[in-house]
Ligand binder design. Structure first.
Ligand code: PLP
Length: 451
């Protein structure tokens, strides 16, 4: 380590509390300081290159050195670096991006609200839905249905929708009325001898029984990631989403597709809901919207929802919700340019094609004695490691070997993410065949070293 890296590392451990980090361990080990981006690679302070097989946090679609995004940000900074959208104020980048989102999302979604993060977006979804139901004179219709292992963010409300114990423990969550249903992951939550179809039927029955037990008049919305991400990359069984959609229609429950990770080609289709074959009332997007070069999220929702809300804002004399950075002009300008690149360069098509190669490559690791399951779709996948392949017994403690694979990955020059003992892969949409093969090869090496 050179002097600078030493000083950055030292300043880091003496000043910063890191998300998703054991602070005491971090104080001893220090940070991995990333200094530069180059296509699908990032480079640390010592000059070591890593393939970023997680796109940062599932988010950098166009890679880490896209100069068009830099130029779009600089041009907007020059022209109008900031303005807000409160009280009827507007600016072109936010409007043009909203038009683009309406054009790109399913036909029934026509209205846009901006936030800066996925968590704020899901908080806003909760508030929109509550506000709507109050306006409709049904104040008891407030509960959300979500799933165990779901990830919808970490604020008080969105963190309540999240179904991961680590996000609830000692934070006093859930703090809003939410019922978590079984995670639709056959390998982990299927019963002995259960087929995929039987598993799906059981989960749909559980959902309907829950709705009836709680009272449909109390359930406002069902929220889900079409393909679950941070919980471990789970693709639900065939027919699951159609069944959930049917229940939502039957009991007048809004269907929310959280596409913060799934959106813009990640799953091999433009949207996760398209890939899974359902039509949401509300779609939430972030991350690949700007390739995370700027913080931005958007909620796209139906005209029916808009009309109820709009009428109520008129009655109350305004909509009492919004962020200083809602529709930030620089973030929106970057988003527009990012979507233009994704379309011009056919990155969603590339993701579908490279996704097949990635899934096929990782599938070859399934025979490894440490590998319990390989799963995914498009350019999102996970390899789950187990202590006993035959019984699927997890490691004790969970993450013991996943953590090693993560570390060995670093040594080999690749950044994965270990979600417990599931090793996630979610590379930038610009990956080439060579990049994909390299990710698969390095995953194999890291697992072998951990064996
Ligand atoms: N929803 C999903 C599906 C996510 O994966 C995430 C973040 O990973 C969020 C919401 C929260 O987004 P943010 O971290 O921007 O608050």
């Amino acid at each position: 380590m050179n002097e600078l890296s030493n000083s950055v590392a030292h300043a880091d451990i003496t000043t910063i509390l890191h998300p998703y980090t054991d602070a005491r361990m971090h104080e001893q080990k220090g940070p991995l300081v990333i200094e530069k981006g180059d296509g699908v690679h990032v480079i640390d302070q010592s000059g070591k290159r890593y393939i970023e097989a997680m796109s940062g946090l599932w988010s950098v679609a166009v890679g880490f050195s896209q100069t068009r995004l830099r130029d779009a940000a600089a041009a907007q900074m020059e022209k109008l670096p900031y303005y807000h959208t409160f009280a009827s104020k507007s600016h072109e980048p936010s409007v043009r991006l909203a038009e683009k989102l309406v054009e790109m999302t399913p036909e029934n979604l026509t209205r846009v609200f901006y936030t800066s993060s996925g968590s704020e977006a899901n908080d806003t979804v909760i508030k929109l839905v509550w506000y709507m139901n109050n306006a409709l004179g049904r104040p008891q219709k407030k509960k959300f249905l979500a799933r165990n292992k779901a990830y919808h963010g970490i604020t008080i409300a969105s963190g309540s929708l999240t179904g991961l114990p680590g996000n609830h423990r000692d934070f006093d969550l859930p703090a809003i009325p939410v019922v978590h249903l079984t995670c639709p992951h056959l390998y982990r939550f299927g019963q002995e001898g259960e087929t995929e179809a039987q598993f799906c039927a059981r989960l749909l029955k559980e959902a309907e029984d829950t709705i009836l037990a709680e009272g449909p008049e109390t359930i406002a919305a069902f929220i889900g990631e079409p393909v679950m991400g941070a919980g471990g990359v789970m693709v639900p069984p065939e027919g699951y989403w159609q069944g959930i959609e049917a229940l939502c229609r039957k009991y007048d429950i809004l269907l929310v597709s959280d596409e913060v990770i799934n959106g813009f080609g990640r799953t091999g289709a433009r949207w996760g809901c398209e890939k899974m074959g359902f039509t949401p009332d509300i779609l939430v997007t972030s991350k690949q919207l700007t390739s995370s070069y700027m913080p931005l999220a958007a909620i796209v929702f139906s005209e029916d929802i808009y009309n109820v809300i709009a009428d109520n804002t008129h009655k109350l004399g305004g909509f009492g919700h919004g962020f200083t950075a809602s529709g930030h002009p620089v973030a929106c300008a970057v988003g527009l340019e990012n979507l233009a690149i994704i379309e011009e360069q056919g990155l969603m098509e590339n993701a579908a094609k490279m996704g097949e190669r990635l899934q096929a490559g990782l599938a070859k690791l399934a025979d490894h004695p440490l590998v319990g399951e390989v799963r995914g779709t498009g350019l999102i996948a996970a390899v789950e490691l187990v202590a006993d392949k035959a019984t699927k017994r997890p490691f004790d403690p969970v993450g013991k070997v996943g953590g090693k694979v993560f570390e060995y990955g670093h040594e080999e020059g690749v950044i994965f993410r270990n979600l417990g003992d599931s090793i996630a892969v979610c590379p930038p949409l610009i990956v080439t065949e060579h990049d994909v093969d390299e990710i698969v090869r390095l995953m194999g090496i890291a697992i072998d070293r951990a064996a």
